[in-house]
Ligand binder design. Structure first.
Ligand SMILES: C[S@@+](CC[C@H](N)C(=O)[O-])C[C@H]1O[C@@H](n2cnc3c(N)ncnc32)[C@H](O)[C@@H]1O
Length: 364
C-alpha cells in the first residue's frame, strides 16, 4: 500500500463484523473449513484460533520479510462501497467461475449459513480486500477502486501488532509478507487497517467491531499504556507531515485535527507548510515509534525513507545538507531521530520549493 498515505486509499481489508462465540460454531465452521483446500504454496493451515474463529497457522518457519502468499481475487466487483454490494451482482459473478472456484465460494457461503448468516453479500463483506489501480478492460491502469474476493488470505485474523503485512494491492492480486520471523505453529495475523497505527485501542475496536486481544490491546500492561501514547504521537506526526488526521474521516480533506493543539502549527501542517528539516525529524520519529510498537516492516520503512529522501533532495543550504546526510546515514531509527532532533524547525531556502511541490502533488 502506498504509505505516502494517499488520502482516499488507505482502507485495505475492512473491519469485519461478527464474533464467533461458541464451540458449536467452531465445529460447524470446521465442516466447511476442513474442505477448503489451502494451496500447497501457502505455508499455513486452518485451525480454530481461540476467540478469533478459525485462523491460519504456519506449517513451517517463515523468515521475516519473506512472501507468505500471493493470491488472485476469485472475482472482483466495482461498487461504491462494500455495503452496496448486492447478492444478485455477486451471484452473477459466481456463475462465471470455474466449477472448482464455485465450489470454494459455496463452502464459504455454507460456513456463513452455519453461522446463522445466509446473506451472500455478508460473505462477500467478510472476504474482500480493496483494490486500486486495477487495469481496465483495455489493460490501462486506472485509479478506480475495485473490491476483490479473496478466499485464503481472508482466513487470516487481525492483530494490531501483527507478524504479517498486506500492502494495499497489485492489480487483482494481494500479497502477504512476514514482518517478523514466524515459527511453525504460530498464528499468522495482519492489521486489517493501515490507519490503525494512528488510532488508539478504543477507536480500533469500534471500527473492527470485535475486541482484539493482541499485545497492544491488553489494558493494564506496560506495552498497552505505551502503545496508546505511541499511536497518539504517530497520529500527530502524520498530521504534521501529511496535513491530515488519519484517525478520522476527512470528507473536507482535513480531519478535526484536535491532535495538534498549537493553532499556528496546525494551520501550517494543514497547508503542508512544514520546514524540510522538521519533516526529517518528524519522519524519523514516526520510524522510531513504529519500530518500538513492533509495526515497522521493510515496506513501511521504504516508504518513510522515500519521503525523507524527497525532503533531502529539496534542501538548498549546505549545513542543512550535511546534517541531513548524517541523519540518512544512521542505520537505526533511534539514531536518525537523535541526529534529526538537532535540526527541528531549522529553516532552509528549499522550504518554499518543498511547499509548492507538495501542494502541486496533492491537488493534481
Ligand atoms: C476475515 S475473517 C478472518 C477469518 C475468520 N476468523 C474465520 O474463521 O473465517 C474476519 C473475522 O474474524 C474474526 N477475527 C479476526 N481477527 C480477530 C481478532 N483479533 N479477535 C477477535 N476476532 C477476530 C472476526 O469475527 C472477524 O469478523
Amino acid at each position: 500500500m502506498d504509505k505516502t498515505k494517499d488520502k482516499n486509499h488507505r482502507e485495505r481489508s475492512l473491519p469485519v463484523h461478527f464474533q464467533y462465540p461458541s464451540s458449536l460454531i467452531y465445529s460447524c465452521l470446521s465442516a466447511a473449513y476442513l474442505r477448503l483446500r489451502i494451496p500447497k504454496s501457502a505455508p499455513y493451515e486452518l485451525k480454530p484460533a481461540g476467540n478469533h474463529g478459525w485462523g491460519g497457522f504456519a506449517t513451517r518457519f517463515i523468515a521475516k520479510g519473506s512472501l507468505i502468499y500471493r493470491e488472485q481475487a476469485l472475482f472482483t466487483l466495482q461498487p461504491r462501497g462494500a455495503q452496496q454490494v448486492h447478492d444478485y451482482t455477486i451471484l452473477w459473478k459466481v456463475r462465471q467461475l470455474s466449477a472448482q472456484d464455485k465450489e470454494t465460494f459455496n463452502l464459504l457461503v455454507k460456513a456463513a449459513a452455519l453461522d446463522g448468516d445466509d446473506k451472500v453479500s455478508n460473505v462477500f463483506i467478510k472476504n474482500y480486500f480493496r483494490l486500486v489501480n486495477v487495469a481496465n478492460e483495455l489493460g490501462v491502469p486506472t485509479r478506480s477502486h475495485q473490491l476483490g474476493f479473496f478466499v485464503f488470505l481472508s482466513r487470516l485474523n487481525h492483530a494490531c501488532v501483527a507478524n504479517a503485512y498486506v500492502p494495499q494491492n497489485e492489480g487483482k492480486y494481494i500479497s502477504c509478507y512476514a514482518t517478523k520471523d514466524i515459527q511453525p505453529g504460530e498464528e499468522i495475523m495482519f492489521s486489517y487497517c493501515a490507519d490503525f497505527e494512528s488510532m488508539q485501542m478504543e477507536q480500533r475496536h469500534r471500527l473492527l467491531r470485535f475486541t482484539c486481544r493482541c499485545v497492544a490491546c491488553a489494558p493494564g500492561t506496560a506495552f498497552h499504556e505505551l502503545s496508546e501514547i505511541r499511536r497518539k504521537l504517530i497520529r500527530g506526526l502524520n498530521f504534521l507531515t501529511q496535513g491530515m488526521d488519519l484517525a478520522y474521516p476527512r470528507r473536507d480533506g482535513h480531519g478535526p485535527s484536535g491532535i495538534i493543539a498549537d493553532p499556528i502549527l496546525r494551520e501550517a501542517a494543514k497547508e503542508l507548510y512544514m520546514p524540510l528539516m522538521s519533516r526529517l525529524f518528524y519522519e524519523s520519529m514516526i520510524g522510531l515509534l513504529l519500530e518500538e510498537e513492533g509495526m515497522m516492516n521493510a515496506m513501511i520503512e521504504k516508504e518513510i525513507i522515500a519521503r525523507m529522501r524527497g525532503a533531502v533532495r529539496l534542501l538548498q543550504e549546505a549545513d542543512n545538507m550535511v546534517l541531513a546526510l548524517r541523519i540518512m546515514k544512521q542505520k537505526r531509527w533511534v539514531d536518525k531521530w537523535l541526529v534529526a532532533s538537532q535540526t527541528l524547525h531549522k529553516p532552509d531556502l528549499g522550504d518554499i520549493d518543498g511547499y509548492l511541490m507538495l501542494n502541486m502533488t496533492c491537488t493534481a
